[in-house]
Design a protein around this ligand. Sequence first.
Ligand code: AMP
Length: 632
Amino acid sequence: MTTYTEFYRRSIDEPDDFWAEQASLIDWEKPFERVRDYGSPPFTRWFVGGLTNLCHNAIDRHLANRADQTALIWVSTETGQEETYSFGDLHAEVQTMAAIILSLGVKRGDRVLIYMPMIPQAVFAMLACARIGAVHSVVFGGFASSSLASRIEDARPTLIISADAGCRAGKVIPYKPLLDEALELVSTRPAKVLIVDRGLAPTPMRAHRDESYISLRQEFLGATVACEWLESSSPSYTLYTSGTTGNPKAVQRDTGGYSVALAASMKHIFCGSPGETFFTTSDIGWVVGHSYIVYGPLIAGMATLLYEGLPTRPDPGIWWRLVEKYKVTTMFSSPTAIRVMKQHENESLFEADLSSLRSLYLAGEPLDVPTGKWINGALRKPIIDNYWQTESGWPILALANGVESADSKFGSPGLPMYGFSVRLIDDQTGEEITVANRKGILIIDGPLPPGCIQTIANDDERFVKTYWSKVRGRYVYSTFDWGVRDEDGYYFILGRADDVINVAGHRLGTREIEETISGHPNVAEVAVVGVADPLKGQVAVAFITVKDRSAVAASEGASTQKHEILKLVELRLGAIARPARVLFVPALPKTRSGKLLRRAIQAIYEGREPGNITTIEDPSVLGAIAESVIPT
Ligand code: AMP
């Protein structure tokens, strides 16, 4: 049996042979001519010249052996619906959706923006785009109209697919009015909008633009639409993510490399086999949803469970009952969801039969040791913390138990995954840190393995400038995360080194929130920082100086302005970006050159020493900040 050390070594030292072997896990219409092309670093093309299709690999190739096996299970505890689709059913639904999309004028290479709740039609839409070679861009349903508008503006989609409404905690959240508002804000509008009417909210349709999925489905029922064979490096989708500027970045992914990366990860990391059931509790609007709700499990011939609802409704035992009912073998969730569950530990949480479940994978944010130990004790199953980013598309750090089983260490997402040449560098000198237990920035030597970000859509320059630097003539990719490595080679992630914060596993750029808050007429300056939170890992807190202090002098005035500011964020960015607290302060700490000292603010809020503040212009400002954070 191969050891993981040897498996990993081959992936780094003999990448062509290694990845050519992995590439046999998927179907190729035409074999590739070269495993990779790194002739123009840091851009990488994988499986050059090969023709394939993501939808074919997710559905069609399974039809011969498992057309009747379950492919998609949908459970909505919001609407009380449960539906099951076999691979054969999914094949039919996706072809119908593909025929509808084509009838609305979408051609190969066009962009389709998907703004949808967690319903099967969202999955059909993604797979249908992949089938016809259209590039989908799923925008998280929780984003408000301005965020949606900026993404529409950037993506310039030919078609938008949406629904009348989503549902959260029993409350209907209309999507269509938000979409209509967003479409008012953009300069170029798509000719067509396809609406899935779930019958949850009134949905006025705009003549000549809005089309009903229900009527078109009737028309195209039974349609056959063949897969478009795409060159391996043709883009499959873009997905927006926050970065160090207010402008979201459209992470672009290829087709062949992504299919291979997912197929390999399902085998080596998630240990999934055809006929089993995978349950990922994320949202299709996030990268985990793309890779491990939709494409990964289906590529592996597994059933995937799509869940609309909260982990705690109707009661906190719901997910575990679903594990029993659908014989889930592999589950993937987030530390925040587990912390929410832990709050209910005195209720009968784990009464279901969990014998089918092999492991629980957790990602998206640091898994604190107490939470890891608690869920491990409760489930008595391996807990596999894994670290990755929207950009990577699949785990950078994890355990490859499908190659050789290794012990989890609480607090660590494990070892570098095959293909990722992970290193730590000193943030000041750029020198590699070779000793154990010394903090540095986590970087990856180029080229990145298959499945990772190809570029930022339409902005190669921003891609290179944002992520890549040259160290001794070689391109290295920065993750912007701090990390340390122990004596056994296990990594520990210590948080972001930039102004991205992680709230309940969701990545937010503080700059975007700051820009929004600056739009309030009485705001002079604002600093948004992420501070530790026992439930969500981190929450955003806004420190604000105002133009007219008399407006916030009395508590009534202050609370009106806080309310206005929070409303502004909710309207522009969505409730997800709402700071947990808004604090009015007399001044913000800055360096003499005028740079905001966010880390000092964060430290004070968290009750730590503000660290090296020798560059601060006026140290007395810190005292006022400390006073403001005392809960009132
Ligand atoms: P996203 O692109 O939204 O998936 O966010 C990626 C960021 O989430 C990473 O850069 C890390 O800061 C954080 N992250 C993801 N997974 C983990 C993990 N297992 N442990 C610690 N931080 C994580």
